[in-house]
Design a protein around this ligand. Structure first.
Ligand SMILES: [Zn+2]
Length: 339
């Protein structure tokens, strides 16, 4: 989008310059036409959108109307109260539709993922709680760690993948702000060209089975590797809340990256399915924040069906395909390019 903006502006500047050079000799009318054309070309840039992407046309998702919206000052985010002291912080203007969660206890709060890093999530959390905040990531893909750098206390899984990502990176972040990835306005002060995942400091390492006490609320870490080596789920067993990160969310689940391990994913989703009788709400990290516990055994069945080659592959981009079973779908390697 920024590159297009530069192109339009430089093109228009040149045209107007030429028209100005011949203005005295030629008619005022030509300058007027050039001006109108430039304004027309610039309008989509001024409004932050060149062409509305297909995914953006489908928003907002109707189901959000059933949730309790909490007003916050930053229009980049939408916040919903899902249970007492549990907030979904949704970023609907970027194609990932990332959802971070603020889970508030009596003494401190946990921010489970920090989103894209495109706007100021710390300011949003400060509008929701005054308690100190501990950050933990569902995994360390760029769209979940973007604002980690803003916080002092950050727990990290004890994996090399986590340590490597904590150094920050630029490539994945840049792909997130391509024009077809944005729906509506980027924040005014955001500079897409400078956009990168900023490094963060892990203040303590966590492991499978660890419990984090927030005061009156205990969260258990369940290692669920597969999507990435450091993927975790977070279980608030007293309240029946299972936060699943990218191991389950309602949109197409990405299982094609080099760091993805399908055998580990299979083990992880079986582990989550075993918890289903104790779960009231499944809270994933993209698209929409609430799913019933029945999705957990359903996820296992869908994945097994795909792995048994009983589902046709629908090719997407080169080397990738989606596989759909009822309302669960996966983005994986296409059959001819499976590793
Ligand atoms: Zn991810």
């Amino acid at each position: 989008m920024a590159e297009l903006g530069v192109w339009v502006n430089s093109t228009c500047t040149t045209d107007i310059g030429l028209d100005r050079a011949v203005y005295i000799k030629q008619s005022f009318k030509r300058l007027h036409i050039a001006f109108v054309v430039c304004i027309a070309l610039s309008l989509p840039v001024l409004y932050g959108q060149t062409e509305i992407p297909e995914w953006c046309r489908a928003l907002p998702r109707a189901d959000y109307k059933s949730l309790q919206r909490v007003p916050v000052s930053d229009p980049w985010f939408e916040v919903y109260r899902l249970a007492p002291s549990v907030f979904a912080i949704y970023e609907p203007h970027q194609s990932e539709e990332t959802i971070s969660y603020l889970i508030v206890g009596d003494n401190r709060a946990m921010l489970f993922d920090t989103g894209m890093g495109i706007s100021d999530i710390r300011k949003v959390t400060a509008e929701l709680t005054r308690l100190p905040i501990v950050v933990l990531n569902s995994h360390t893909h760029d769209d979940h760690v973007g604002n980690n750098w803003q916080f002092e206390t950050i727990y990290g899984m004890d994996t090399d993948f986590t340590r490597e990502n904590a150094r920050g990176s630029r490539e994945d972040a840049q792909a997130e702000v391509a024009p077809d990835q944005i729906c509506g306005h980027l924040p005014e002060r955001f500079d897409p060209k400078a956009y990168a995942t900023r490094p963060w400091k892990i203040t303590s390492f966590t492991h499978d089975g660890d419990r984090i006490d927030l005061g009156g609320r205990s969260l258990k870490i369940i290692a669920t590797p597969g999507h990435t080596p450091d993927s975790i789920s977070l279980f608030d067993s007293a309240n029946g809340l299972l936060f699943t990160g990218d191991t389950y969310y309602p949109g197409t689940i990405w299982l094609y990256r080099p760091e993805t391990d399908l055998a580990a994913y299979r083990t992880s989703i079986r582990r989550l399915a075993a918890l289903a009788p104790r779960v009231k709400m499944v809270l994933g990290a993209h698209n929409f924040p609430v799913a019933p516990p029945s999705v957990l055994p359903h996820l296992v069945t869908a994945f097994e069906t795909v792995r048994a080659h009983k589902v046709p592959a629908t090719p997407t981009s080169v080397g990738k395909a989606t596989y759909k079973v009822d309302d669960i779908s996966f983005l994986m390697h296409a059959p001819e390019s499976r590793p």
